[in-house]
Design a protein around this ligand. Structure first.
Ligand SMILES: NC(=O)c1ccc[n+]([C@@H]2O[C@H](COP(=O)([O-])OP(=O)(O)OC[C@H]3O[C@@H](n4cnc5c(N)ncnc54)[C@H](O)[C@@H]3O)[C@@H](O)[C@H]2O)c1
Ligand SMILES: O=C(O)C(=O)C[C@@H](O)[C@H](O)[C@H](O)COP(=O)(O)O
Ligand SMILES: [Zn+2]
Length: 366
């Protein structure tokens, strides 16, 4: 499969393109040159992703007259910290980076979220190019401009909205990605279908071959990006409909904050969180038990955890999880805001849930 997709993202603050598929890197090189007018490409790079793709990346950049200058980081949640932010911003200031230069993030969602946050505050905002190297980053985190870090209070609680100028989602980067990480990205694709794209979900459900095979994934990546682009164009700063992209995340971020350090990855937390949101919806009579069962079959089919008992990083305590959910950014006024569903492809925003009711529900799941 050698298709290349160009997907426009028309966010209110900035319009840009996502180049997705085979050869996206080569196709984007000319535009990258324009976004880096000083002839250097300052790249915050995930060490593992770079070691797998350095030769090709350097050759394409130097081919258009850009001199690569790498700031190397270990990928993973450990980098999305105040210390990670200090390291990146210091490195940019050491290089006397100018505001008209674009910072390039080469890595997964952790490196992209951190580098994007650094770009948003560097001299009050410099350019930014996302070059996502994980499936999760290609279908979700590189698009839409959410950036940020974690603190001891929880996931993504400090951050900004800062749209990239360009997203280069080359499917060749995924060839070196471990299967566990491919599955994690698949969770965010399934999420898109469950929120409001029933046809996408049913296509995933009907697939008879390995859902994580790269050839089959490329058009699905494009579908997921188009879906997210539509929502971001409608509501860039999450005043309303964008909150739907948080399906499963109120639970997921609580799992991540409570997990044993380094044991749980975001997509796995999202997979289990989605099933929890659908089961909770069913417990309130909003939908039948079938939605959670079907979602669990598709997610579990990709090797993802679909229950708290099988979630890495436990055991999880229902009251501690509920307290974490009380810190969620979607909450306004009293109670906890959840994204619930009336069925497959019918998610909606549901505010004001009693912590005691959520805790009792979780107690039945641990
Ligand atoms: N900003 C958003 O809209 C948004 C959306 C979804 C998720 N996120 C955030 O994204 C993060 C998760 O991102 P992720 O799943 O990409 O994880 P990640 O960045 O931790 O990358 C996963 C692992 O894969 C390695 N890796 C990356 N690319 C590789 C490659 N091509 N080959 C081999 N190894 C490679 C990394 O070193 C890391 O160990 C979470 O922090 C989550 O909160 C943000
Ligand atoms: O882009 C969005 O909006 C999302 O909610 C996408 C999520 O998959 C992603 O994990 C995001 O970082 C969560 O946002 P947050 O605002 O809950 O931190
Ligand atoms: Zn997510």
């Amino acid at each position: 499969m050698s298709e290349l997709f160009r997907i426009p993202v028309r966010a209110a603050s900035r319009a840009y393109e996502v180049l997705a598929g085979a050869g996206a890197l080569e196709a984007a090189a000319g535009e990258m040159r324009q976004l880096c007018p000083q002839g250097r490409a300052i790249i915050v790079a995930d060490r593992d992703a770079l070691s797998a793709h350095r030769t090709r990346l350097e050759s394409v950049l130097t081919g258009v007259g850009l001199k690569p200058d790498f700031i190397l980081l270990e990928g993973g949640e450990g980098v999305k910290t105040w210390e990670g932010l200090r390291i990146v911003t210091d490195a940019l200031l050491d290089r006397e980076m100018a505001r008209n230069e674009a910072l390039i993030a080469f890595g997964g969602g952790t490196v992209g979220d951190l580098a994007g946050f650094a770009a948003s505050i560097m001299k009050r905002g410099c350019g930014f190019i996302q070059m996502p190297t994980t499936l999760l980053a290609q279908v979700d985190s590189s698009v839409g401009g959410k950036t940020g870090i974690n603190t001891r209070h929880g996931k993504n609680l400090i951050g900004s909205f800062h749209q990239p100028d360009l997203v280069v989602a080359d499917s060749g980067f995924l060839e070196s990605l471990p299967r566990r990480e491919l599955a994690a990205g698949y969770a965010e694709i399934v999420k898109a279908g469950l929120i409001a794209d029933r046809a996408l979900f049913e296509r995933l459900e009907a697939a008879e071959t390995d859902p994580l095979a790269l050839d089959a994934l490329v058009p699905v990546i494009a579908d997921a990006v188009r879906f997210k682009a539509r929502i971001v164009a409608e509501d860039e700063r999450e005043a309303g409909v964008r909150a739907l992209l948080n399906l499963g995340h109120t639970f997921a971020h609580a799992f991540e904050a409570e997990a044993e350090k380094g044991a749980l990855i975001h997509g796995e937390a999202v997979s289990c969180g989605i099933v929890m949101a659908l089961k909770f919806s069913a417990s309130l009579g909003l939908c039948g038990p079938d939605a959670a069962r079907r979602a669990a079959a598709v997610l579990g089919g990709a090797g993802l955890p679909v229950s708290i008992r099988e979630l890495p990083g436990g055991p999880y305590d229902p009251s501690a999880l509920t307290a974490r959910m009380g810190q969620d950014k979607k909450n306004a006024g009293s109670g906890i805001t959840l994204i619930l569903a009336r069925g497959i492809g019918e998610a909606f925003i549901s505010p004001g849930h009693e912590p005691a009711q959520i805790s009792a529900f979780l107690a039945g799941e641990v």
